[in-house]
Design a protein around this ligand. Structure first.
Ligand code: GTP
Ligand code: MG
Length: 62
């Protein structure tokens, strides 16, 4: 692996009651859109977004 090419991987988990906005904030983070309809998540959702901070790769999973 080339120097400086290391990717840092962060995972954020949202826990809470039904319909309190967990999926909405995760979708907003990835797509920058607000989801108005409520579709209950069965089990869980995984989203992922790649960043570059000071030349370093960051992967943030929610
Ligand atoms: N007004 C308003 N509505 C919100 C906000 N965040 C989420 N909602 C609405 O709340 C409803 C439920 O949001 P979800 O994100 O699907 O809820 P959830 O926590 O993932 O629910 P489960 O998957 O059942 O656990 C949706 O209709 C969203 O549009 C907010 O900040 N403001
Ligand atoms: Mg959900």
């Amino acid at each position: 692996m080339a120097p400086g090419s290391k990717k840092y991987n962060f995972k954020v988990i949202f826990l809470g009651d039904a319909a309190d906005g967990k999926t909405t904030i995760a979708v907003k983070h990835v797509t920058a859109t607000f989801r108005e309809n409520y579709v209950p998540s069965l089990g869980g959702n995984i989203t992922s977004r790649d960043y570059s901070v000071e030349g370093k790769g960051i992967i943030l999973m929610t």
